[in-house]
Design a protein around this ligand. Structure first.
Ligand code: ADP
Length: 270
């Protein structure tokens, strides 16, 4: 990955990450990754085991419905965290294994945003937010892997909801970028990211505020997964942010050959 950082006229910082080679991650990175992943799994697992031991050994705790109920809820939340982590780890290794075979399905993107919106319904409600879609073409269609593009949109949109300001709108913009590419930009009005952090956000398990990420259910793998999906699609990932104002993450993807750009602008609020 090649990285270029530049300061934009409006004071925001743009960091562009481009996959220049298929070079293997260094051995040190692999060792760190295994250590981090084990630690991330060990913590919730230790919590679950602790509660189970109490329920097994402490008749008073086990006999009290309120205590038992509270323990079950806590164990459920920790087990969910383990599940999310394992799912993300599996996704990462799958995407990496497939990195030499660019996917070639025609994938209409608006239905994917709708899927994300439905899946994120609870989170959206909790944060009082909404998703707005702005598209150049009536139906932007990428050339890629549907499941992975859904995951890419999901990770970016969910981050924008989580780290955006409560009650704010998240914008998902689709634009033509030349004859063969299209650009997807997810924009939030949130706390933004200090420039020093931006180059490291796509590292596995890197979080600006670990407590915040964990309390929001984050695994710390979302942007690493996005980077790998973009790499497999031979695309480009840009992260641009202004602290205190918000973040724009934009992804350049191959466009499916079709009727071509349409002049009618559509503006859909979902
Ligand atoms: P996580 O599961 O922690 O959200 P990600 O890999 O998706 O993991 O993101 C890594 C970190 O980048 C997050 O913990 C957060 O600190 C920061 N981040 C990601 N998206 C945004 C955003 N839209 N606004 C502010 N910070 C963000």
């Amino acid at each position: 990955w090649q990285m270029a950082t530049s300061r934009m006229e409006d004071g925001s910082h743009l960091v562009r990450l481009t996959d220049r080679s298929a070079a293997h991650a260094s051995e040190q990175m692999r060792v760190d990754f295994v250590a981090n992943a084990s630690h991330e799994l060990r913590t919730p697992l230790a919590t679950v085991l602790g509660f189970l031991e109490t329920l097994r050994d402490d008749d008073q705790a086990a006999g009290d419905p309120a205590t038992r109920g509270r323990f079950v809820d806590l164990m459920y939340a920790e087990a969910r965290r383990i599940h999310r982590l394992v799912d993300d780890l599996i996704s990462l290794s799958r995407i990496e294994a497939e990195r030499f075979s660019p996917p070639r399905e025609s994938v209409p993107l608006l239905p994917l945003v709708e899927e994300v919106r439905v899946g994120a319904g609870q989170l959206l409600e909790a944060r009082g937010g909404r998703i707005e879609v702005v598209a150049d073409a009536a139906q932007p269609v990428a050339l890629g892997d549907r499941t992975q593009l859904l995951q890419l949109l999901q990770n970016l949109i969910v981050n924008a909801i989580k780290y955006g300001r409560a009650g704010e709108t998240v914008t998902v913009r689709f634009e033509d970028a030349g004859a063969e590419m299209l650009r997807v930009t997810v924009i939030d009005r949130g706390e933004g990211i200090e420039p020093d952090h931006i180059p490291r956000l796509t590292e596995r398990f890197y979080r600006v505020d670990p407590g915040r990420s964990r309390s929001m259910g984050g695994t710390g793998l979302g942007l690493a997964i996005v980077k790998h999906i973009v790499g497999r699609h031979r695309g480009q990932l840009d992260i641009r942010s202004t602290p205190g104002e918000g973040t724009q993450v934009s992804v350049l993807l191959p466009r499916a050959a079709g009727p071509g750009p349409m002049s009618s602008k559509s503006h859909v609020n979902v």
